[in-house]
Design a protein. Structure first.
Length: 55
């Protein structure tokens, strides 16, 4: 914990960069998970699943 404090939380600028980086990666992971859940719930109803019927 002291390494984390000394490297990230000690200065406001590094804390802000750490927060921004964390938010970016959390947003990407949440977006990926939401898309995966949406595709699982709607399996068989999406265009990629029924495209062969109409081409």
């Amino acid at each position: 914990m002291s390494f984390l404090y000394n490297s990230v939380f000690r200065r406001t600028s590094t804390f802000a960069v750490g927060v921004l980086a964390s938010v970016f990666f959390f947003e990407r992971a949440f977006d990926w998970g939401a898309d995966a859940l949406f595709e699982k719930v709607n399996k068989g109803k999406l265009w990629d699943d029924i495209k062969h019927k109409y081409e």
